[in-house]
Design a protein around this ligand. Structure first.
Ligand code: TYD
Length: 395
């Protein structure tokens, strides 16, 4: 049974950037109650109530995985590593976005699945076989019929977005070859708890997985976890290696190590999440206090990276144009728009990241390293960054 531990107030859809903020448009803006629950039975952390995916993954979907240099390099490395290690004949990616992972494969050896039409178009044009559909058992059966069973299925930051996990993993089980493997990556609840990164919760992140929860969930679809690897993307994710129950892969030592670590961190106990919820409330208070004191000193503060994550923070802490002059973001289709819920204008870094900025709140804190390297001149001239992870502070 799911039990609620965190209330993150009324929220808009994280990717619903507004074209204009005329009254008529604002009236139509959709809000829902964002709260998070823990299920003692399967150790799953999930949104108490999810939003209909058909409202989220439309042909206006703004996220482009290949926008950051860090991510391009990261996906290239894992694509080459998986091909070297497992030598798959036919692979597939679920949630292929703009092709940042699959472009490292030979076109004949990989299939793409991507429900957002605007993104699916990109990989289709590049010559990759792309199914512009939601991942279901029906689609899995069609793919097996038209091609063959798959030796590698990869999915990054996608399965945690799909409400029906039973259907999702059943479909994977149908399409995997005998010793085929599934590799998934998603933000990790162990890191969320440790770094107080409550902004990992927004409408698209229906689940934030642990090894304990994934292990139980896949076992219902004749699958099992055999390895895991912590990774740094999205501020702390976990890579899960999964195979069929009867497959040749043995559970690795590091899998056991990380499962024991989760038990020590008490990720199987409700009290862990209750304590986390108290820390989130304190984080909100601290952030409002810091920004208020800077505004009193007439400082100019902007948001650096109009991320989906920052939608949760801005709306939960009720931070709008009173605090932030604007947000800057490198994604062309976010520029000229307004942030969901709080309606802060978004402009390009070229236009907005100039000498007038005193403080930049890190919406894209997960790219802190890349950003600090790039913005060395801002830092040198005394510009400061603000972050809320693991604690609210000026850097
Ligand atoms: P992402 O990490 O995918 O976060 P989320 O899933 O929460 O949206 O998005 C990063 C965003 O930050 C993306 O819109 C691009 C932007 N960004 C910048 O504007 N400048 C930068 O230097 C970097 C690294 C990212």
């Amino acid at each position: 049974m799911k039990k609620k531990f965190l209330d993150l107030a009324k929220q808009p859809l994280a990717n619903s950037f507004l074209h204009n903020i005329k009254k008529k448009n604002l009236k139509r803006e959709y809000f829902y109650n964002l709260s998070v629950s823990f299920d003692k039975k399967n150790h799953q952390v999930s949104l108490t109530k999810h939003v209909n995916p058909k409202m989220q993954y439309t042909n206006l979907y703004a996220h482009r995985a290949s926008q950051s240099q860090t991510m391009r390099k990261f996906f290239q490395d894992i694509a080459l590593k998986l091909q070297r290690k497992f030598k798959p004949k036919l692979s597939m990616e679920i949630g292929s976005n703009d092709g940042v992972f699959l472009k490292n494969f030979n076109k004949k050896n990989i299939i793409a699945v991507e429900p957002c039409i605007n993104l699916a178009k990109i990989t289709k044009l590049q010559g990759y076989k792309t199914y512009s559909k939601f991942w279901t058992k029906k689609l899995a059966k069609n793919i097996v019929k038209s091609h063959q069973k798959l030796d590698l299925i990869f999915s990054a930051n996608t399965l945690s977005h799909i409400p029906n996990l039973k259907e999702t993993f059943d479909a994977i089980s149908i399409s995997l070859s005998k010793d085929g493997i599934l590799v998934i990556e998603d933000p990790y609840i162990g890191t969320v708890i440790k770094s107080n990164s409550y902004d990992q919760f927004y409408d698209e992140h229906v689940y934030v997985f642990s090894l304990l929860s994934i292990s139980k969930t896949v076992s219902l679809s004749n699958l099992r976890l055999f390895d895991s690897e912590p990774i740094t993307t999205h501020g702390g994710s976990m890579r899960y290696y999964i195979c069929k129950v009867e497959s040749k892969y043995k559970p690795t030592k590091r899998l056991n190590y990380f499962i024991n670590k989760e038990l020590k961190q008490k990720l199987n106990k409700f009290s862990t999440y209750q304590n986390f919820s108290q820390r989130v409330k304190k984080s909100k208070k601290d952030l409002i206090k810091l920004l208020t004191s800077l505004k009193k000193k007439k400082k100019k503060i902007i948001v650096y990276g109009a991320t989906y994550k920052s939608t949760t923070i801005l709306n939960y802490c009720n931070l709008g144009s009173k605090y932030f002059d604007y947000a800057i973001d490198t994604t062309p289709n976010k520029q000229g728009k307004f942030t969901p819920g709080k309606h802060i204008p978004i402009i390009s870094p070229q236009k907005g990241f100039n000498d007038s900025v005193d403080y930049a709140f890190l919406g894209a804190w997960n790219f802190k390293k890349e950003i600090f390297k790039k913005e060395i001149n801002f830092i040198k001239r005394g510009g400061k960054f603000i972050t809320h992870v693991p604690k609210v502070r000026i850097i």
